[in-house]
Write a protein that binds this ligand. Structure first.
Ligand SMILES: [Zn+2]
Length: 281
């Protein structure tokens, strides 16, 4: 079934966090849905605006909906970190079930004003919205924040932002970094507990999941994270696997591309299963 975040959070209440996996190319889409089906958990497929433009909004949405509608699990399609209100309205009109407006680099009042506009447009159309307060450092597509510009989310700002905007989910900065894969993040649990206590129903979102150890991941879920994003690990692993298969001995221009891409798609499925298993309570 094709759903938004509000429905996924409701369905998953008391069961842990929902995994949100960044689609980097169309090949990854069936692998991700099939992984979630094997675990019988809901799943969020998310893209940057760049990936949506690369695949094509209509093609991507049609593919995700076709898989979702045939599936026994709930699937959401979410636009990750988008700073353009116009682009988000386009994504909503084309059929994304959820979007993230990222105004984290703006002064909070401006962030609130823009997020409210997205929430009004989205909610009228049955689409959920994620916002961001504080600033998650690091770099991935759509996000470049210098580490010294990264800022922990202040609980009072988070509560004010969530109350004013009516967002369904909120990305918080508690020590994770985008694009981190060589080392592991140091999570500020004291802050997480305070945020959870203040925010109640607004689903907290952990970004930069690749840089979080398995143990920390489980603890973040226990402490109340509702959505956990994994992007870098998928991109990185796809490159690693295709680098091997494309350069293997005996590969010629007549080799079936399917045999070269299959192992990378299989790796995506394994990663989604591994991560999603950690998100279950
Ligand atoms: Zn992010």
């Amino acid at each position: 079934m094709y759903k938004n975040l509000i429905e996924l959070f409701k369905e998953n209440e008391g069961k842990g966090a929902v995994g949100a996996f960044n689609v980097h190319c169309l090949e990854m889409v069936p692998a991700m849905v099939h992984a979630a089906e094997e675990l019988n958990v809901p799943v969020i497929l998310q893209t940057s605006l760049g990936t949506a433009e690369y695949i094509g909004f209509e093609t991507l949405i049609a593919a995700v909906k076709a898989l979702a509608e045939k599936s026994t699990i709930s699937v959401a399609l979410h636009m990750d970190h988008c700073k353009s209100i116009e682009a988000l309205k386009k994504a909503i009109d084309f059929g994304y079930s959820s979007v993230m407006y990222d105004g984290s680099s703006l002064p909070i009042e401006e962030n609130i004003k823009n997020t409210k506009e997205v929430v009004a447009y989205a909610h009228e159309r049955g689409v959920s919205v994620e916002g961001e307060v504080g600033s998650i450092g690091g770099a991935e597509e759509g996000v470049v924040v210098a580490k010294d510009a990264a800022m922990y989310t202040k609980p009072e700002d988070a509560l004010y932002f969530a109350t004013e905007t009516g967002v369904d989910a909120l990305a918080v900065s508690i020590g994770t970094t985008h694009g981190q894969y060589k080392s592991k993040a140091k999570i500020n649990y004291e802050l997480l507990v305070e945020l959870k206590a203040k925010l109640g129903d607004t689903g907290l979102v952990l970004h930069g999941g690749t840089g979080v150890s398995d143990e920390d991941m489980k603890r973040c879920v226990r402490e109340g994270m509702k959505k956990i994003n994994v992007g870098t690990e998928l991109n990185k692993s796809y490159i690693e696997v295709v680098s091997q298969t494309f350069t293997a001995e005996g590969v010629t221009p007549l080799t079936s591309l399917r045999t070269l891409l299959g192992p990378a798609n299989d790796r995506i499925k394994e990663i989604v299963k591994e991560k999603a298993s950690l998100f279950k309570l």
